[in-house]
Design a protein around this ligand. Structure first.
Ligand code: NAD
Length: 481
């Protein structure tokens, strides 16, 4: 138990910090030790009702809408500034409830501030169109908010993922009820405190932690929400969409991935190994756009595998708070899932080049950095998301085959390729069915680049200017003068 972590955290509803309606609490577990570090209020359906009512009242009051857009933008800048005060505590809770390394925990703050300032800066730049209808007529479009935006974020990056959706919603005049992830809820409470200090109107941002099947399901099925932003798994996403369909609510769906990077024979293999290792071992592979498949030309296959295995075996694994290179996975359940899928890989005939099991001698939920070779594209380990530090390496002989393998899963979140031939890079990038394509660097991009899925990885875009359009609906006004 870490003495520095507050023992109990309440939900933030209508500008007040409140217990769960029935007094219930949830334990928060440190994945690096398996021990409980604190408790949070366990939000109920009644708490979700209260949060939606607060968001509705705030939306109807027009307090955000009556603010000039540049003032809504300034509010984002103030939240970003206020986060500074909480920086040390955010890094600490990210290590203890999420398993992030200290370096990654610290990096969440400037990243979140970038999102807030990026969208704050766009608040007064979202312009409509004037449409020519001939003399005597004036026609123009308005970007109208939806109303109450219901947001569900996963545990792997709750602060930046939550903050970017909240920022988009607020600058466009929506209000928000966010159901925070039960496995790593703490950083979003600190975000809510920053909102409070920054003067965000009461009810504009409500944060309720709870179990997905309880509070999450109650939120997405609530009769008084107008918009859903969901980040999580495909299976849960489908149930969210079913609830949304009942009331015809628009959704932004950010779901899973099984993203593949293609290594052409002319690539810089040292760079490939560095980039591919970062792409799968960062945050123990618990990133939706992790590079979980590496599709390597047969002529350089052995060399790439050797470099990748060397990188995997040299990684320092241990508690994030001690600033190892790779921390634990989020839960015992997740660790068991990953190990079981590794066993399936061996049964399917793939070769474990390294890893494949939990790290011996460590108490928490630590998975060994794992590399599978001799993998066929149709194997379960090449099709299913591990959401852990496991990469499968698949050989190919010609470019068409590589593209077919890269596109050959249900997912379409990200894809990548490594080559010195820019003509080839453009041609292949064009053919990859993915929302983002990285050339010569996994995760080439940033806050400014639109992010989201194709196929079962979802639809709608977060990040970049495009994201804002997911938070508004076009209203056309036609006037006979
Ligand atoms: P998950 O689907 O189990 O949970 C995501 C969130 O949904 C949690 O807050 C959970 O409480 C909530 N939830 C669960 N059941 C619900 C229900 N019936 N109704 C409403 N909400 C419910 O996913 P996870 O295991 O927490 O996260 C990992 C998954 O998220 C992976 O598949 C990963 O690829 C995906 N992910 C995607 C992105 C992206 O931007 N595309 C980002 C991060 C994670």
């Amino acid at each position: 138990m870490s003495a520095a972590i507050r023992p109990y955290w309440k939900n933030f509803i209508g500008g007040s910090w409140v217990d769960a309606s029935d007094g219930g609490r949830l334990p928060v577990i440190d994945p690096a030790t398996g021990e409980q570090i604190c408790e949070v209020a366990r939000g109920t359906g009644e708490d979700i009702d209260a949060a939606v009512a607060a968001a509705r009242t705030c939306f109807n009051s027009r307090v955000l809408l009556d603010m000039p857009p540049h003032e809504r933008g300034a509010l984002m800048f103030r939240i970003a500034d206020e986060l500074e005060e909480a920086a040390d505590e955010i890094a600490l809770v990210e290590c203890h409830d999420n398993g992030k390394t200290l370096e990654k925990g610290r990096a969440e703050i400037p990243l979140t501030q970038r999102y807030l300032r990026y969208y704050g800066g766009m608040a007064d730049k979202l312009e409509g169109r004037q449409i020519p209808l001939g003399s005597g007529m004036l026609d123009y479009t308005i970007h109208a908010p939806f109303g109450v935006s219901a947001q569900i974020v996963p545990w792997n990056g709750p602060l930046p993922v939550g903050a970017r959706s909240i920022a988009c919603a607020l600058v466009t005049g929506n209000t928000v009820v966010l159901k925070s992830p039960e496995d790593s809820p703490l950083s979003l409470y600190l975000f809510a405190e920053a909102c409070e200090r920054a003067g965000v109107p009461a009810g504009a941002v409500n944060i309720v932690c709870g179990i997905g099947a309880e509070a999450g399901a109650a939120l997405v099925a609530h009769p008084d929400i107008d918009h859903i932003v969901f980040t999580g798994s495909v299976e849960t996403g489908k149930s969210v969409l079913r609830a949304a369909a009942e009331r015809v609510i628009p959704c932004i769906m950010e779901l899973g991935g099984k993203s593949g990077g293609i290594v052409f024979p002319d690539a810089d293999l040292d760079q490939v190994a560095e980039s591919a290792a970062a792409g799968i071992f960062k945050h123990a592979g618990q990133i939706c756009s992790a590079g979980s498949r590496l599709i390597v030309h047969r002529s350089v296959y052995d060399e790439v595998v050797a470099r990748l295995v060397a990188r995997a075996e040299s990684l320092g694994v241990g508690p994030g708070i001690e600033d190892h290179e790779m921390g634990p996975v989020i839960s015992a359940h997740q660790l068991e899932r990953i190990v079981a899928l590794c066993r399936t890989g061996v049964e399917e005939g793939a070769t474990l080049a390294t890893g494949g099991d939990r790290v011996a001698g460590l108490e928490g939920f630590f998975m060994s950095p794992t590399v599978f070779t001799d993998v066929r594209p149709d194997m379960r380990i090449a099709q299913e998301e591990f959401f852990g530090p496991v990469v499968v390496v698949i050989p190919f002989d010609d470019t068409e085959e590589a593209i077919e393998i890269a596109n050959g899963t249900d997912y379409g979140l990200a894809a990548g390729l490594y080559t010195r031939d820019l003509g080839l890079a453009h041609r292949v990038a064009d053919r990859l069915v993915a929302g983002q394509v990285y050339v010569n660097q996994w995760w080439a991009g940033g806050v400014e680049t639109p992010f989201g899925g194709m196929k079962r990885s979802g639809y709608g875009r977060e990040k970049g200017q495009e994201a804002l359009l997911g938070y508004v609906q076009t209203k056309n006004v036609g006037i006979r003068l």
